[in-house]
Design a protein around this ligand. Structure first.
Ligand code: NDP
Length: 255
């Protein structure tokens, strides 16, 4: 299927590694020009080298995805470099630790989690609307998680709540901007084989895999394939959706 993505321009937050880098590779292979955001400048520059070696038109504009100044400068950089912005993948995120039951959770941990995931998704989405509306085409794809779709997981209320908030933002924005040719959707992956889950013990990862009907972790490339389709013209009537990608089970038991 020709996804018609050649010539499009995408910003991917937290794109230096893991799922974000897989998005960059998958979209880049479809002819999309990529601007990577990541707070790790060296890792972002290295990712651009790797993508460029594969023939992908990629640049990075590093900085903290939660900083409104970084958001504004990256969008300006993208428009100066490429003249347009068509796709935004809000991917930047951190793992669930430090984890705690609500009654013991420090306010700082709670706020940090909401800030990194939810505030950044709001900031980038807000900044992307105007340039996308000028194209008459836009695809915003936000990253929720099975930690929310599984119905809330004890000990990680900060992460589950941030990922729930992202769905509320997605559904609301979808109704606000759909008539301009923009769609806003969210994905909810299960456990994906990236550094983010290296905070879990090998024993726990083994147990998580055993509980999954498919019996393994999701691969970053599988998430990227979904995001690539959602970025395409063909996905133009999918709007305001939360698409789960968890192998068929999301009520994991951590104990
Ligand atoms: P990784 O930790 O592998 O990659 C995340 C990237 O985002 C890192 O390069 C990280 O940089 C960067 N990042 C984090 N915070 C910021 C910030 N404030 N500004 C800029 N960059 C930032 O994670 P994944 O690829 O696994 O996760 C990507 C997304 O997918 C996250 O939103 C995560 O919550 C979500 N997700 C992941 C799942 C999984 O099982 N892996 C399952 C479901 C959802 P740094 O190295 O500095 O931290």
């Amino acid at each position: 299927m020709d996804l018609g993505l050649a010539g499009r321009v995408a910003i991917i937050t937290g794109g230096a590694r893991g799922i974000g880098l897989a998005h960059a590779r998958a979209l880049g292979m479809e002819g999309v020009s990529i601007v990577l955001n990541d707070r790790d400048i060296d890792a972002a520059a290295h990712a651009v080298e790797v993508l460029s070696a594969a023939g992908i038109d990629a640049r990075c504009h590093a900085g903290d995805a939660t900083d409104p100044a970084v958001v504004g400068k990256t969008v300006t950089f993208t428009l100066e470099e490429f003249g347009r912005l068509d796709i935004l993948v809000n991917n930047a995120g951190i793992g669930v630790k430090p984890a705690a039951q609500v009654e013991e959770m420090p306010l700082d941990d709670w706020q940090r989690m909401l800030h990194v995931h939810l505030d950044s998704t709001f900031l980038w989405s807000r900044a992307a609307v105007d340039p996308m509306r000028r194209n008459g085409y836009g695809r915003i794809i936000n990253t929720s998680s099975m930690n929310f779709t599984g119905g809330g997981r004890p000990g990680v209320a900060h992460y589950s709540t941030a990922k729930a908030g992202i769905v509320g933002l997605t559904q609301t924005m979808a109704k606000e901007v759909g008539r301009f040719g923009l769609t806003v959707n969210a994905i909810a992956p299960g456990y994906v084989a990236t550094e983010l889950i290296s905070q879990f013990s090998p024993d726990m990862i083994e147990r998580l895999q055993k509980q999954n009907p498919i019996g393994r972790l999701c691969q970053p490339e599988e998430v990227a394939a979904l995001v690539t389709f959602l970025s395409s013209n063909q996905a133009g009537f999918i709007n305001g959706e939360l698409i789960c990608m968890d192998g068929g089970r999301r009520d994991f038991y951590w104990g």
